[in-house]
Design a protein around this ligand. Structure first.
Ligand code: HEC
Length: 209
């Protein structure tokens, strides 16, 4: 008996079903996703995810090129799926819309370091970020974070220190960030996904009694 046609349609149906499930349906659900517009307490329209400054957008490319995602994720798991929210890595789970400004998205796969999805809300002022990028051990004793010291110029101080130099208080030398260091620091400061979205409401806090 000739099973050719049966085999052909069987293979076709299998491929069609996976295309529908993996391409067509997700595309229909997420393909037209756009930034969320809402009005804040001061009656100003805010977008989420917020647009990044040019410097921060360039910093994203630096982050990608240095492979920081090897040790850092950018995805907050839902409250019933892990302890990310309890640890203070975010106020709600991450959703697809949070990544609209990222190309390529830096989800990360391993967490040797903390999740950075909301690093800007947590700690990240630019000056502090620069010191951490130059030498993480100046901020956290025994840190195993790689940092990016090669994005800084270390000069012997002869006259007045440069205005852009880090405030390390070391006599005789100064550390000046190169443009890529400033971009990366601005990117880290921009990391924030705490806004309430229709698909990701903030967890309701229990009323204090
Ligand atoms: C070998 C793994 C590793 C790599 C690669 C790495 N980090 Fe880290 N990172 C860590 C660890 C571990 C910590 C926690 C210790 C600390 O705070 O320094 C950390 C902490 C941090 C923090 C502070 C987070 C917080 O919530 O306190 C930032 C910001 C950071 N890393 C940025 C970067 C950037 C930017 C890169 C890429 C240039 C990078 N890391 C590469 C391991 C890594």
């Amino acid at each position: 008996m000739n099973h050719g046609p049966l085999l052909f349609f069987g293979v076709l149906a299998t491929l069609a079903a996976s295309w529908l499930g993996l391409v067509a349906v997700p595309r229909q659900q997420l393909g037209t996703l756009d930034a969320d517009l809402s009005t804040n307490a001061a009656n100003v329209v805010v977008t989420h995810p917020p647009a990044r400054s040019g410097e921060a957008a360039q910093g994203h490319a630096v982050y990608v090129s240095l492979g920081c995602a090897a040790c850092h994720t950018q995805q907050v798991r839902p409250e019933n799926g892990g302890s990310d929210v309890a640890r203070g890595w975010g106020v709600r789970r991450s959703v697809a819309r949070d990544y609209l400004r990222d190309e390529p998205v830096q989800l990360g796969a391993s967490r040797l370091g903390p999740d950075l999805a909301n690093f800007g809300d947590r700690l990240g002022t630019n000056a502090f970020n620069l010191v951490r990028l130059f030498n993480p051990r100046l901020v956290v004793t025994k840190s195993t974070c790689e940092g990016a010291p090669y994005l800084f110029e270390v000069r012997t101080l002869t006259g007045e220190p440069s205005a852009a130099a880090l405030a390390l208080g070391e006599p005789g030398r100064e550390v000046v960030p190169k443009p890529a260091a400033r971009q990366l620091a601005a990117y880290l400061a921009s990391l924030s996904s705490g806004a309430e979205l229709p698909e990701a409401p903030l967890p309701v806090k229990e009323e204090a009694k």
